[in-house]
Design a protein around this ligand. Sequence first.
Ligand code: HEC
Ligand code: HEC
Length: 487
Amino acid sequence: MRTWKRSGIAILIVPVLLLFSCAMAEQKGRGPEAKGGEESGYSPAVSKESPEGTQKKEVRESSYSPVVIKESFEETKKQDIAAKPSRMAPHMKLLNERYDLSKNVAADVTMSGGKPIPVGPTAKLKSGITWEKLAAMTPEEIKAKGLFPYLPLPHPVHEVGGMVFPDMVLKKLPRLTRFDMDFDIPEWFLPEFPAPIYLTTHKDMGDVSKGQLVTIDNYFELFNGILNPKQIEGLRLLVTQFPQQQFNTTDDRKSEKPSLGVTCFDCHANGHTDAATHLVGDIRPQSHRNRLDTPSLRGVNIQRLFGSQRALKSVEDFTEFEQRAAYFDGDPVIATKKGANILERGSQVQFMAEFQELLDFPPAPKLNVFGRLDPGKATDSELKGETVFFGKGRCDDCHAAPYYTDNTMHDLKAENFYTPQTINGQYIRAEGPIKTFPLRGIKDSPPYLHDQRCLTMEDTIEFFNLVLSLKLSPQEKKDLVAFMRQL
Ligand code: HEC
Ligand code: HEC
């Protein structure tokens, strides 16, 4: 609150700052003094005064969000809409500085459902630098000269955060539109939407979604007769809306109309991903929270750790905790206000998990039972790429066949290549161990890494070429891409 009071002075002096300042205060849920309206039924969760009642010490940002919102919803919305262009502008500038966002897709290869695969590398290098020159430098040199092309990527509005959905999703599900911000990465870098659905129990059927986005309107028609009743009920819950931080019925929401909430499949669309982004729930302060990519749920059956860093041990745990706390930034206090949906473990969580466990990786016709290329089917370049993957690239040290994961976490120490600093509200620093995401079906889920910082497969390979000091030749990189597209 004291920070707010200080910025209050600026508001009086510089009217232009008014909107922005209010907007920023609002992001943390800290509105200006009450502007009339009805008295809230809630008590504040964040104490306004320090226990000593003094204003001397710098206080750490509270882990808690306020429960009582002092501005009216209409007022907040007006301020958010007015502030949106100036909030989004720095991020879009950063994105354009870091990446070439123009459309460049492969002519000959597609994702499983037919969407063309984006081609990179998209990361822009400083003038005079080439990928080869960069790979020849030491991490210290790259760090000192500020040349690392794959810095952690901030959320579109990092100070605010929350679930943000790409335009392609909003076109089908307009209820997911936020009035305070937009998704940032162009559609050609995103997974196909809606993506095909493959079931481990129905290899014979191929894509069981029939090209449709599975929602509450069609799930029954599509799945009755191919799932058992328990799995159908699990799927119903996965496509049912439940309250979430930005999408709920209270004055503290970011949707125009009061919302019943989001469904699991709003992000994990068709059991895959639509690349909706978010901030990780389990880090504070806000500046330290990582941007997140929605992971695909394909192949959760063979995985043993869930969440990029949380490492929950079962799909059941993750399912239960998404709605209890992750939907509300890991804040159970706010969850209670906005409407936490407590799932019953035996009859709901387990059913939802059981459906998720049926979601198969997409077909990989060139792989044999060991997950290795069948030489009779693969091209020369793909075979050479496989040799790099299992040899010079050392990729299989962590991404072991047949699913291309070791089901553990690794600290890639990318921070050796950059200086800790704040960029657009995000404090970039050592991120610690991250889950080894499986690479089966990886061509279907750009952008890559937990925070979407690598827009294409080529970028991911440049990332690993630097981080693992591999010194791959341009041809080896090309072959590696050819191989990974077959996984
Ligand atoms: C933003 C939209 C979003 C919604 C809605 C959502 N998730 Fe997630 N989900 C994510 C993100 C982002 C992660 C990665 C979290 C992390 O890295 O800590 C994730 C992770 C998971 C994982 C672990 C996957 C892995 O590979 O580690 C499971 C399982 C999961 N979600 C299931 C669900 C279920 C079940 C629901 C509904 C109750 C749901 N999710 C709703 C975005 C979403
Ligand atoms: C030391 C272990 C390790 C090695 C070696 C390794 N990886 Fe990874 N890989 C990881 C981890 C951990 C992640 C997740 C990193 C993140 O999200 O920030 C990852 C992520 C990826 C991703 C993105 C996955 C996704 O779903 O976004 C791709 C693609 C990838 N690795 C390819 C490779 C290739 C190709 C090589 C070899 C050149 C390689 N990896 C070597 C551990 C490793």
